[in-house]
Design a protein. Structure first.
Length: 532
């Protein structure tokens, strides 16, 4: 006669506490034996390493594991450091070895991570089952998931600043945001976000939105929303993005009947903005831009950091192999950026979501980080070779665009250069080099944090700090002599903008989306940012 299913289930349930206590008894038995050994090399443990921060790692068995890993990791990195070779090859080998070392961490295995083991025992394996489901889902989508897939929707709870798409081309849409003040500055602001990401990094949740804040400060704000590449963009090159920036500037000038605009270029769009300004200067049109603000932008790539490790013949050849229908899938670029911060963006996710089976957090910035865009492969490869590998942009006349040689030293537009102290994508030393080429009035501001949090830092958050008014004789001099100011640098920027001209006009007519000569195409944030 078969056993009663209910009786069997109750029996299995009763065994769970015995299993837990049995495993822990075995570990404690070994712990008693190994405790003296573990105590010897306790100084090898980095107490600031979050991977081993839990008290569970103090158990002698697991303490020895993290100690052994620390010793091995140090030996492997030291061995690479002692290898002969030039600085470029050594940097590439160091990066590769660090990637391997991070992957070998005992925290990354369910068998050597005590927190994972405890969780598996406490949930009777349910945590591992949930994590396996997360893994299978990510394998199907071909990308790591960092945040809840259902927590955010573009245009619903992120990218919600009221506005309209009032102009579009096959490459970009132009969004005009609705004024929220009775008067606005006469000179409007045109923002160029990087096309390797979605524009709404500057329009996240309302309390973090730079766009919403700038509108509330009395600026007429326009945002370029780039189209994610598809087969129709196979022949797109850098000239097309430069032409698009000029087109957006002229479109806004004509719409509002103004002589000039303020501009912002973020990351690669900032690099392109510098080239755009040089082209406009060569064409005698420099006065159409009243000011240029650069968020974490580089023009001299000689100190471009660890991204240079991906710029060699092998990686460039791989881009060709990964290209489909003339464009590069954005997931490959996302993986590259994740590798730059492997501990945080890869292995932390592996442990939290695959091994511990935790639910994904609801974090708008991580949602944006995973919302990848495709790139025109022809442009992307040229950008990597001409700028990152050959550093041609800072050589006057070495590159041309729209029929004009690019010479950055012809730029006399007032410029505001912002850099992040801990930026791993556009390192501080690299961003500083922009100041060597601009010839107009210049303000340099160093923000706390990195490439994203250093930029997206609203005043109300009261986070981080920034440094201003240091001597411009060199980066070291600036850092030593600058004044530290608590909180966001955004107020410093808006003060700088107002110093360039404080004339205000009524926020009506063409200052309201759809009330000028350009009809409304659709509500912000538009179709392009939602295309996949």
């Amino acid at each position: 006669m078969a056993d009663n299913p209910g009786t069997v289930a109750e029996h299995d349930k009763a065994l769970i506490p015995d299993l837990r206590s049995g495993v822990r008894a075995i570990l404690d038995g070994w712990g008693a034996i190994l405790a003296p050994v573990a105590a010897v090399n306790r100084d090898k443990v980095d107490l600031n390493d979050k991977r081993f921060a839990g008290p569970e790692w103090d158990h002698p068995v697991f303490d020895l594991m993290r100690q052994g890993y620390a010793i091995m990791a140090d030996a492997m990195m030291t061995a690479v450091d002692q290898l002969p070779g030039d600085a470029e090859n050594k940097a590439r080998m160091t990066f590769a070895m660090r990637t391997v070392v991070e992957a070998m961490s005992p925290a990354n295995s369910p068998f050597t991570n005590p927190i994972v083991l405890d969780r598996a025992l406490e949930t009777n394996g349910a945590s591992l089952a949930a994590g396996f489901q997360h893994l299978m889902t990510d394998m199907q989508r071909g990308q790591l998931t960092h945040t809840s897939a259902t927590a955010f929707e573009v245009g619903v709870n992120i990218a919600t600043t009221p506005g309209k798409v009032i102009y579009e081309t096959p490459l970009y849409q132009l969004i005009q945001y609705a004024p929220t003040t009775p008067t606005v500055a006469n000179t409007p602001l045109v923002i160029f976000p990087p096309w390797i990401n979605r524009f709404y990094i500057l329009d996240l949740a309302p309390e973090k939105s730079f766009v919403r804040w700038a509108v509330a400060e009395g600026l007429t704000v326009f945002m370029v929303s780039w189209k994610s590449a598809d087969a129709t963009m196979a022949e797109v090159i850098w000239d097309d993005y430069i032409a698009a920036q000029i087109d957006a500037i002229d479109t806004v000038r004509d719409l509002l009947g103004v002589k000039s605009v303020h501009t912002i270029g973020y990351c690669v769009a900032g690099t392109t903005l510098a080239a755009t300004l040089a082209v406009m200067a060569a064409k005698g049109k420099a006065k159409r831009v009243k000011s240029a603000t650069f968020f974490t932008a580089q023009v001299d790539f000689s100190q471009a950091g660890e991204l240079l490790n991906f710029i060699d013949d092998a990686n460039l050849a791989m881009i060709d192999k990964l290209t489909t229908n003339g464009f590069l899938d954005g997931r490959y670029l996302a993986l590259t950026f994740n590798l730059l911060r492997g501990k945080d963006l890869i292995w932390n996710t592996v442990v939290s979501n695959y091994l511990l089976g935790k639910a994904y957090p609801s974090f708008d910035l991580l949602h944006w980080n995973g919302d990848v865009t495709n790139l025109p492969a022809k442009w992307h490869k040229a950008y990597l070779t001409d700028l990152y590998r050959d550093n041609l942009l800072v050589m006057p006349g070495a590159l041309s665009a729209l029929g004009e040689p690019i010479d950055l030293t012809r730029i006399e537009t007032p410029a505001y250069v912002q850099a992040g102290r801990e930026d791993h994508i556009a390192p501080l030393a690299s961003v500083w080099k922009l100041t060597d080429h601009l010839r107009g009035p210049l303000r340099f501001v160093l923000a706390g944090s990195g490439h994203i949090a250093g930029v997206v830092n609203p005043p109300a958050a009261q986070k981080y700090q920034h440094w201003v008014n240091g001597p411009m004789t060199g980066l070291d001099d600036f850092v030593r002599g600058a004044t530290e100011v608590k909180g966001s640098w955004w107020p410093d920027w808006i003060s700088w903008i107002r110093e360039l001209g404080a004339r205000e006009i009524a926020a009506d007519g063409a200052r309201v989306p759809g009330q000028g000569s350009l009809a409304v195409i659709e509500d912000a944030p538009g179709r392009y940012v939602k295309s996949r």
